[in-house]
Design a protein around this ligand. Sequence first.
Ligand code: SF4
Length: 320
Amino acid sequence: MSLLALENLTVRFNTPDGVVRAVNGLSLELAPGATLGIVGESGSGKSQTALAVMGLLAGNAEVSGSVRYDGQELLGLPAGKMNALRGAEIGMIFQDPMTCLNPYLRIGPQMAEVLVQHRGLAWAAALDASAQMLDAVRVPDARARLRQYPHELSGGQRQRVMIAMTLLCHPKLLIADEPTTALDVTIQAQILDLLAGLRREMGLAILLITHDLGVVAELCDEALVMYAGQTMEQGPTRQLLGRATHPYTRGLLRSRPSAGLAANGPLQAIPGAPPDLSRLPPGCPFQPRCRYAEPVCSERMPQLQRDGDLRRACHLRPAD
Ligand code: SF4
């Protein structure tokens, strides 16, 4: 059975400028211990998907469809039960740990509080367990770190503290929203190594949200390419990176610095910009930017179709 299953998830926001359709009929499954990367440009609905799973959408959101965790429907779950799941069963880390760490509190009390609240540990035991978890995520001098404030740590150390805090209750599912975007490439590689190791050691399932296909390649068994709140292409990461046929996935692949910077040439980019989610075009949402668009593309949204190991939503036949 899947640990996490989304079925026809739809997220809309009522705003003064109209209804913003952030997620539009998204379905996916994540098995225990598996890793799935959701990749796409800013505004593709990746983060709103993660927030819908966590029950953390803004108050003006309307959500429908199904989000099942370990067989339990999360949409509509009472706040108390959702609170108990968050942290204990499902953990989430963000791009900027400073948005989650309290700058006025030392690291120790912030971490220990999690175990006191979720596991009922005594304060001293919670501090011991916090130090052990900092060791596990390879923060040097863990005991000393407990007495420091977030601003006294480097960016990489703060992200490790955030990961340690998230894993204190040994969740089965970790949602990582752009966990390495704010870090330099060396620290980014260390954090990805750490997540891969934690996955092996703790049997964690990881749902990774990123705009970077390279990060997906490092960490994820499966990849899902999202655009305008919908799945464009999905499948095993190796196959998706090696033989993607969807024009949007191919555009993302071409715009990676390593692929697009040949002989000091300019970085290739997908022309245009992601659509205004309150005014989505009819048919395929990628149509205004797609060099292969045909008349049918602006008339009908293509359905997800299987193509070998991959599934893709495009009117273009793979051999075209
Ligand atoms: Fe391009 Fe048409 Fe395929 Fe959309 S359906 S990606 S517009 S070819």
